[in-house]
Ligand binder design. Structure first.
Ligand SMILES: NC(=O)CC[C@H](N)C(=O)O
Length: 193
């Protein structure tokens, strides 16, 4: 059984732990570099990317995360986590940095504010309909040639799920629904590597 860490300095950590366990992984919260060393893959949850970035710097987790990802560790980011895995962001705050790894430009809060949050049925990775929850969600503006688009959403057929090698990101929050499909997809990715 793979051990998957959940970035636990900020965000909806418990929900990801539950979804990962449902998908057949051992899930552990990660707050320190030593804890990061012990996992086979990482999830960066939904939450607030600006706060995640600041806390990751303060707790010396940003650089170790970047290194593990550079060395091929699988990672999955939902919503704020998607922003953290983007090489480039639009609409970030002054100086905002990410972990990076996926050759894409992500627009923060692209679908609107908290009041514009919505749910939609989307087709994820050709696996049929999946209920997707969007909360102040980003969308992907553009992707590099190595990036595979896994899902689009209305309005505007925006890119809301992508994969680049061992890295996966979604604009939406599968951890907030009972369907563990996206987490199962990620756990399979970790098993394959
Ligand atoms: N639900 C979310 O994760 C929202 C993400 C948030 N808008 C951010 O920029 O980090």
């Amino acid at each position: 059984m793979p051990t998957i860490g959940v970035f636990a300095l900020q965000g909806d950590v418990r929900e990801h732990v539950r979804s990962l366990e449902e998908a057949g992984a051992k899930a552990v919260p990660v707050r320190r570099p030593a804890e990061l060393d012990a996992v086979d893959g990482m999830v960066i949850p939904g939450g607030e990317s600006t706060t995640m970035w600041k806390l990751a710097e303060t707790f010396d987790l940003l650089e170790p995360l970047r290194m593990r990802i550079k060395n091929g560790m699988p990672a999955y980011g939902s919503c704020a986590g998607m922003i953290m895995l983007a090489d480039r962001i639009e609409g970030g705050i002054e100086g905002q940095r990410t972990v990076g790894g996926i050759d894409m430009t992500v627009r923060r809060n692209a679908f609107g504010r908290q009041v514009d949050s919505f749910e939609a049925d989307i087709d994820f990775a050709g696996r049929g309909a999946l209920r997707a929850v969007f909360i102040r969600a980003p969308w992907v503006e553009s992707v590099g040639p190595e990036v595979e688009v896994l899902a689009l959403a209305e309005p505007g057929d925006r890119i809301v799920a992508v994969r680049q090698g061992p890295l996966l990101a979604t604009s939406f929050h599968p951890e907030l629904t009972p369907d563990a499909g996206v987490h199962s997809y990620f756990v399979e990715m970790v098993r394959e590597l």
